[in-house]
Design a protein around this ligand. Structure first.
Ligand code: HEC
Length: 228
């Protein structure tokens, strides 16, 4: 017992000589290699306020840190050139978008199914039949009937038209541009196509008739489902 008391006394005594109070209270001490503690922060996309030798603007360059207009991030698709609205949608009927991949990988297809189930199935149904839980054959809360993506009408839409619809929305369907990345939109379209199967031949001419006349925009050769 005595030993314990003695030990406690020694420790308490030692502590009373140390501790963090006193003159050094707010002093963080000496910084070894201060550049590593306090880095020179460049503001992304901002004018930088670095010293002269690092400051392109101060050296006369027209530089603001922004990507050059029209830049495409590495691995990103070309922008979709068609505008929102009826005219863009009509042009899309015979438009081959430069950003559309020729094919997608099995992994992308699997991801497309997941993205479809997250973003589209709530209205268009897990079976793509236009009868998702928000519609429920008219009993659901959504006011407009979602399109049956398995019907001939949708089979005859061009890929670019579906891309246009996902990007800008149509009628009661809103835009999904902020939810679905441009590349993923093509994957979802590819997924829908893989479920659809070929369109019925009898109404084939009807779809072609809705294609705009030549010269109404950046029209590439007509790509119908039948040719793919
Ligand atoms: C909130 C409900 C809702 C969601 C979610 C939704 N849609 Fe729609 N979609 C609709 C409705 C309603 C229509 C019918 C619009 C019209 O013709 O007025 C429609 C129409 C369509 C059409 C036919 C367009 C045409 O040219 O007539 C396609 C294709 C389509 N949707 C694809 C998708 C895809 C792909 C997604 C997921 C990225 C999606 N939709 C998500 C409600 C929805």
């Amino acid at each position: 017992m005595k030993k314990v008391l003695l030990l406690t006394g020694i420790i308490a005594g030692a502590l009373s000589f140390t501790g963090c109070g006193g003159a050094h209270g707010n002093d963080p001490g000496e910084a070894y290699m201060p550049d590593m503690y306090y880095s020179r922060a460049y503001e992304a996309y901002g004018y930088n306020n670095q010293p002269e030798d690092h400051n392109l603007k101060a050296r006369g360059a027209q530089y603001n840190g922004m990507p050059v207009p029209g830049s495409i991030a590495r691995g990103d698709a070309f922008p979709f050139a068609l505008p929102a609205g009826d005219s863009g949608y009509a042009t899309a009927a015979s438009y081959k978008a430069p950003g559309q991949p020729a094919s997608i990988t099995p992994e992308q297809s699997k991801e497309a199914q997941r993205l479809y189930q997250i973003n589209c199935a709530i209205c268009h149904g897990t079976a793509l039949d236009g009868n998702g839980p928000l519609w429920k054959g008219g009993d659901g809360p959504f006011p407009a009937a979602p399109r049956n993506l398995m019907d001939d009408y949708t089979k005859k839409l061009s890929d670019a038209q579906i891309y246009h619809v996902i990007t800008y929305g149509k009628g009661q369907m809103g835009s999904y541009a902020s939810q679905v990345h441009p590349a993923e939109r093509w994957w979802i379209i590819s997924y829908i196509r893989s479920k659809q199967g070929p369109a019925a031949a009898a109404t084939d001419t009807a779809a072609k008739a809705t294609a705009p006349a030549a010269g109404t925009g950046p029209v590439a050769p007509v790509v119908t489902n039948a040719t793919k």
